[in-house]
Design a binder for this molecule. Structure first.
Ligand SMILES: [Mg+2]
Length: 394
């Protein structure tokens, strides 16, 4: 079998609530959906996060086209190495989402060709469903409390909340409100996105720890692992690496530095699903669990991740997903909106390949939204382009 073409379609899907993190804001999710056509008629679908922008994803896809077309979609290792090394993309990290989308679409083709769901090709079901957290949007403390209450009422066991705002007192009020809304049994995870200095992080974690935290994600810079080890050694709350652990080599450095208790991994940022399996193996050997990170995704990329997580033992924490923030999706009944989740968990699709059903009407609707208003949903906050920010904040 040979790949005969790549079609790319950027789409924009609005969020129910604005997403705010330490250094940015988004109103929705932009993804680039891809279709790989083959000479025997099977079409594989994939999805790239529009990171750092849809334009860059589209440019990378165009640039690697000659390395992909004509290749056997079953030869995934060879294809990815061909793109990275022959194509000399391996030093350019921002190109990873496009490469990951091609790799994902190849897996969809392989699964459809073998009439097997992807989970069966990546090790088989270690678990039958995949737990995700409820993303509590950072708003007023009252809004945070009602979102956290909704999370618990709809069966989610873990709430995730951004901290690292300009006002630490607001962070404290939001975490307190989140605990009040979610109730005493819920797990509460906070993510500072590198906003704090080591001393501030120790003081903030000490202050916030009284609300019962499951994990604190990337409280300090991910570029200086001794800072993370400093905080970890002084914190009662386990530390989750994220900005420090985008790639396998980053994860190895985190392990060697003793910088984290758990490690975020993301196929979008390290070239594909096979590399997530490698990441999980690396961390398993070090005695560490892994957690799926997300740049924001729709049902196609989420399904690919769910298959991989279901087949990989050390995904023991609730994973990052955007179902609670998304108003809709391009797939039928998978991903966007909390109705897709049962007790905070997603089922592992059983149909061949990624196993999701695409809704062509909604793809067209959200492709039109991207064409007319795509910049409003980008990672770059259009309201903040004249600002400049320093890291750490305090
Ligand atoms: Mg994070």
């Amino acid at each position: 079998m040979r790949i005969t073409g790549i079609k790319a379609t950027p789409v924009a899907v609005p969020y129910r609530h604005e997403e705010h993190w330490a250094f940015g804001r988004r109103l929705g999710c932009v993804s680039v959906l891809i279709e790989l056509t083959t000479d025997d008629g099977i079409v594989g679908v994939g999805e790239a996060a529009a990171y750092p922008s849809a334009d860059i994803v589209l440019a990378v896809l165009d640039s690697i086209k000659s390395l992909v077309i004509g290749e056997d979609p079953f030869s995934i290792e060879r294809l990815v190495r061909r793109i990275e090394l022959v194509g000399t993309w391996h030093h350019v990290r921002a190109t990873s989402p496009a490469i990951a989308a091609v790799e994902m679409a190849c897996w969809d083709i392989v699964g459809k060709s073998c009439a097997q769901p992807l989970v069966n090709l990546l090790g088989g079901r270690f678990r039958d469903r995949v737990e995700c957290f409820y993303y509590v949007a950072a708003g007023s403390p009252d809004d945070v409390a009602s979102e956290a209450e909704l999370a618990t009422r709809t069966g989610f066991g873990t709430c995730y909340l951004k901290v690292g705002s300009d006002n630490p007192h607001l962070d404290i009020d939001r975490v307190e409100a989140s605990r009040a809304g979610a109730g005493p049994e819920a797990k509460l995870r906070i993510d500072a996105n590198e906003a704090w200095s080591p001393g501030s992080a120790v003081r903030m974690i000490r202050e916030l720890g009284r609300f019962g935290l499951e994990l604190v994600e990337q409280p300090v810079s991910g570029r200086n692992l001794s800072e993370m080890a400093y905080v970890r050694n002084r914190s009662e709350v386990p530390l989750l690496a994220n900005e420090a652990s985008w790639t396998r080599s980053d994860q190895l450095a985190v392990i060697r530095a003793g910088a984290a208790d758990a490690v975020s991994v993301d196929n979008q940022l390290d070239g594909g699903l096979l590399n997530v399996k490698r990441s999980a193996g690396l961390c398993e050997a070090a005695g560490l669990p892994v957690v799926k990170h997300s740049l924001g995704e729709l049902g196609i990329a989420l399904a690919a991740a769910v298959h991989t997580i279901a087949a990989t033992p050390n995904f023991t924490y609730a994973n990052q997903a955007y179902g609670a923030l998304l108003s809709d999706d391009v797939t039928v009944g998978f991903g966007g909106g909390i109705d897709s989740y049962d007790e905070g968990c997603l089922p592992v699709p059983t149909k061949p390949g990624l196993g999701v059903t695409l809704d062509q009407d909604r793809i067209e609707r959200y492709a039109r939204l991207y064409r007319t208003r795509g910049s409003e949903f980008a990672f770059t906050d259009s309201a903040a382009t004249k600002q400049s920010r320093a890291l750490p904040k305090f």
